[in-house]
Design a protein around this ligand. Structure first.
Ligand code: NAP
Length: 298
């Protein structure tokens, strides 16, 4: 019989990823902090049930997927008073899709293994559009047998599914990736300002960079939002700051410098400080503008 699946956290990413599982016919129960959001999701997707708590969801699921924000939230939904462990049973597997840091995953796994529950960390890259069309990259860490069990579900949500190694290694790869993305986004904002202040044609700049060695995913995804100052949220600035800070923790533990990530953390801290925590991280252009004393396109 197919695994019964529980999904916790129906935010920007989780709602879209769970929708792909539902469309693929996976037997699905959902839970999120705001009950009405879970009810609305179930009303929109045939055959989806709603659980009143993570414990309730776990008691009727073979595999529990979590897509919340940070380690504190994952800890609450897995190990808390109403958490998944309160509904644990033989063979229960947890797969955390959130980005929470490698040490944090290992700590939570210790709490779960005390109850005989296995954990795979499987953070994702790609934003809301890739979550929507099931083309995320998913990088997992954990026991091979646990990963193999989760894999068919991960392949419904992602195009590229990689087993990175031991528990926490999914997190490591994801954090390094996001720190590079954040650094590229800051570099892009700075480059746009330089070119703009010097009187360059920014359409031509984007065209030339896109065709050559200055190309990046950030150029393709964020240049227009930065130029338009359109910060409609695909990935919150506060969440990008979380990821860069987690990467710098790992860098420090490893005794390695990561100057570009440290600069990105400063710029993202200022972005959140300007009230843009819930905005898309393209809003970091405003922190760069603040330093430059000049508005892009002014
Ligand atoms: P989000 O929109 O803020 O969603 C977080 C969800 O977690 C919300 O639905 C929230 O419920 C739910 N939640 C929080 N605490 C809960 C609890 N105690 N019990 C049940 N549900 C709870 O965040 P997101 O953008 O989807 O990001 C989720 C994770 O994916 C983060 O770790 C982020 O770094 C990572 N990520 C995001 C992106 C992206 O582009 N957005 C891309 C890759 C990875 P309510 O809705 O009811 O408040």
């Amino acid at each position: 019989m197919a695994d019964r699946v529980g999904f916790i956290g129906l935010g920007i990413m989780g709602s879209r990823m769970a929708a792909n599982l539902a469309r693929a016919g996976v037997p699905l129960t959902v839970h999120t902090r705001t009950r009405e959001k879970a009810e609305a999701f179930a009303a929109e997707h045939d055959g989806v049930a709603v659980a009143v708590s993570p414990a309730d969801l776990a008691s009727g699921s073979d595999v529990v997927l979590t897509m919340v924000v940070d380690a504190a939230q994952v800890e609450q939904v897995l190990l808390g008073a109403q958490g998944v462990v309160r509904g644990d049973h033989d063979g229960l597997l947890c797969v955390d899709l959130s980005t929470i840091g490698a040490r944090q995953v290992r700590r939570i796994a210790t709490g779960l293994s005390a109850r005989g529950v296995a954990l795979v960390d499987a953070p994702v890259t790609g934003s809301a559009p890739k979550a929507e069309d099931g083309s995320l990259t998913i990088v997992a860490g954990g026991q091979r047998a646990d990963f193999d069990r989760a894999r068919p579900l991960l392949e419904i949500m992602g195009d590229l599914v990689v087993h990175a190694g031991a528990l926490g290694h999914g997190q490591l790869l994801k954090l390094v990736n996001n720190a590079v993305a954040a650094a590229n986004a800051v570099t892009l904002a700075e480059a746009l300002l330089v070119a703009d202040a010097a009187g360059a044609d920014l359409d031509a700049l984007e065209q030339v960079m896109g065709a050559g060695s200055g190309a990046s995913a950030m150029l393709a995804l964020k240049a227009e939002s930065m130029r338009e100052h359109d910060f409609s949220t695909l990935f919150k600035a506060a969440h990008m700051l979380k990821d860069v800070a987690l990467c710098l923790d790992e860098a420090q533990s490893a005794g390695m410098p990561f100057e570009a990530a440290a600069h990105a953390r400063s710029i993202l801290t200022a972005t959140v400080g300007r009230g843009h925590g819930e905005s898309d991280f393209a809003a970091l252009v405003e922190a760069v503008e603040g330093l430059a004393g000049r508005r892009l396109g002014a």
